[in-house]
Design a protein around this ligand. Structure first.
Ligand SMILES: N[C@@H](CCC(=O)N[C@@H](CS)C(=O)NCC(=O)O)C(=O)O
Length: 216
C-alpha cells in the first residue's frame, strides 16, 4: 500500500497549486513514489478523526503503516530521506539542503503568508491601505536577499534539492501579489521549478481534484 496524504476536497485556491499538499505531491513525483490521496472537507478537517492525524485540523498529513505525520516540511523531509532524488549524498551538502528547507518555512514563508492572508481577508478593513505597504516591504526584504543569493545560479545550493522544492512552493504563494516580477532572478528560479516534469504532474493531480469538485 502506498502512503496516503490528505488534501482539500475543494481547495480555496481553485486549483492554483497553492495548498500545501502540493509540496508533498511534488516530492513524491520527484522521487518516483506512488501515493494515495484522501480528500477532506473543511468540516472533516476539524472532526476528531482528522485531528487524530493533525492536532491543528489542517492538511496535509501523511500516513504509512503505523506512521502518521503532519507539517508539510516534516513530510517532505521524511520522503526525501527515504528515497533518492531530493537530498545530496554528501553529508555537508545534505545538511545545507535541509537548512534551505527550514529557511523556506521559517524565514521566507511567514512574511509571505502574512501578506497573502491580508490580501485575502483584510481588504475591507479600514487599516488595510496603511498595512499593505508594510507587509509588502517585509516580503521585498526577503526577496531581495534571496535574489542576491541566487544570482545567476539555477538552484539554491548546487543541484535541485528538497530545499528548492520547498522554497519554490513558498514563493508561488506570491503569484497574485506581483512582487516576484520585481526580482527577475527569483521569477526565473520559480519558473525553473514549475518547469520540472515532477512539478507539472503534481500540479495537474491537484488541479484535477478542483475540476472534479467544481463539476459535482
Ligand atoms: N505549517 C503547516 C501549515 C498547514 C496549513 O496551513 N494548511 C492549510 C492548507 S495549505 C489548511 O489546512 N488550512 C485550513 C485551516 O487551517 O483550517 C504545514 O506546512 O503543513
Amino acid at each position: 500500500m502506498p502512503p496516503t496524504i490528505t488534501a482539500f476536497e475543494n481547495s480555496p485556491d481553485r486549483g492554483r497549486g497553492q495548498a500545501r499538499d502540493m509540496r508533498v505531491r511534488w516530492a513524491f513525483e520527484e522521487v518516483g513514489q506512488p501515493y494515495d490521496v484522501h480528500l477532506v472537507s473543511f468540516a472533516e478537517m476539524k472532526a476528531p478523526a482528522h485531528r487524530a492525524r493533525h492536532p491543528f485540523g489542517q492538511i496535509p498529513t501523511y500516513e504509512d503503516g503505523d506512521l502518521t505525520l503532519f507539517e508539510s516540511g516534516a513530510i517532505v523531509l521524511h520522503i526525501a530521506e527515504r528515497h533518492d532524488g531530493l537530498l545530496p549524498k554528501d553529508a555537508n551538502a545534505r545538511a545545507r539542503a535541509i537548512a534551505w528547507m527550514f529557511a523556506a518555512l521559517s524565514t521566507a514563508e511567514p512574511p509571505i503568508v502574512e501578506l497573502t492572508m491580508a490580501m485575502l481577508f483584510e481588504r475591507d478593513r479600514n487599516w488595510y491601505a496603511e498595512r499593505l505597504p508594510m507587509l509588502q516591504e517585509r516580503v521585498r526584504v526577503r526577496l531581495g536577499e534571496l535574489s542576491r543569493h541566487i544570482g545567476g545560479a539555477d538552484w539554491l545550493d548546487g543541484a535541485f534539492s528538497a530545499g528548492d522544492l520547498m522554497m519554490v512552493t513558498v514563493l508561488r504563494r506570491l503569484n497574485t501579489s506581483g512582487l516576484v516580477d520585481e526580482y527577475p532572478e527569483i521569477a526565473a528560479y520559480v519558473a525553473r521549478g514549475e518547469a520540472r516534469p515532477a512539478f507539472k504532474r503534481a500540479f495537474d493531480a491537484q488541479l484535477a481534484v478542483f475540476r472534479a469538485a467544481s463539476q459535482s
